[in-house]
Ligand binder design. Structure first.
Ligand code: SF4
Length: 237
């Protein structure tokens, strides 16, 4: 695991406030049913870290940020050096992670290589086996979550967490459990609920498009943070 799959040269959507590129890392230790990047998860990439560095050199003064995404970027041995080099070139850096590799996330933040982290809060622990293929990472995920909450509260890193809502696997009661958990752990900022991107064969679990929207009235009021909603076409009740 751990090669570089591709580079998206420009995005205004994936790194709030920055004009960014995305470096996609191949390979992932999870198998989320709704994953819409099966090629990145199952196949190996053909790009080397040097190519990413060369690309970033051509974007100095044009882009302001770099997103490390995947797959699960933290399992790539080249990531720490790439993040350091991106920072040295003046880019802001953001990591998208599933939070299962606690040591790697902590080390990147502690050495100042990340400005921002987006953490997937996949599901309550009892759904992990069914939704993401294993319950093995429940504990390291919670270490990552607690660490990032503490680090963001002292201004060490910007941090957001989000859940992809896959109705075949979870319902409002499960999201309510996450909202309660985040409140108890002292999360601040916005907790994003994202509609699943599902189109049959393109997801790892071949799940269908969602048959309904989220019923917001069944969610509790968050304590100390806000709810945000992404990709829900229908108005939320
Ligand atoms: S959605 Fe799940 S399987 Fe797909 S890249 Fe993210 S963590 Fe891995």
């Amino acid at each position: 695991m751990g090669q570089i799959y591709d580079i998206t040269p420009f995005t205004q959507l994936d790194f709030p406030g920055e004009l960014a590129c995305i470096v996609w890392f191949s390979g992932c230790n999870l198998r989320c049913a709704y994953c819409h990047n099966p090629d990145i998860v199952l196949k190996r990439g053909d790009k080397e870290a040097d190519e990413v560095v060369s690309f970033l050199q051509t974007r100095q003064g044009k882009l302001t940020g770099v997103v490390f995404s995947g797959g699960e970027a933290t399992f790539c041995p080249a990531l720490p050096d790439l993040a350091r080099q991106a920072k040295a070139m003046g880019f802001k850096t953001k990591l998208d992670t599933n939070g299962s590799n606690f040591d790697a996330v902590r080390d990147l933040v502690e050495e100042g290589s990340l400005d921002s982290v987006a953490l997937d809060y996949k599901c309550p622990p009892h759904l992990a086996e069914k939704l993401i293929g294993t319950a093995r990472f429940n504990e390291p995920f919670r270490q990552t979550l607690d660490y990032l909450i503490a680090a963001s509260r002292i201004g060490k890193v910007l941090f957001e967490t989000r859940t992809t809502v896959a109705f075949d696997y979870m319902a409002e009661d499960d999201i309510a459990q996450i909202i309660e958990d985040l409140g108890a752990r002292g999360y601040q900022g916005i907790y994003w609920l994202q509609n699943v991107v599902a189109s049959g064969e393109k997801t790892l679990g071949n799940i269908p498009a969602p048959g309904r929207s989220l019923d917001r009235s069944r969610l509790p009021e968050p304590k100390g943070f806000k709810l945000g909603f992404r990709n829900f076409a229908e108005a939320l009740r």
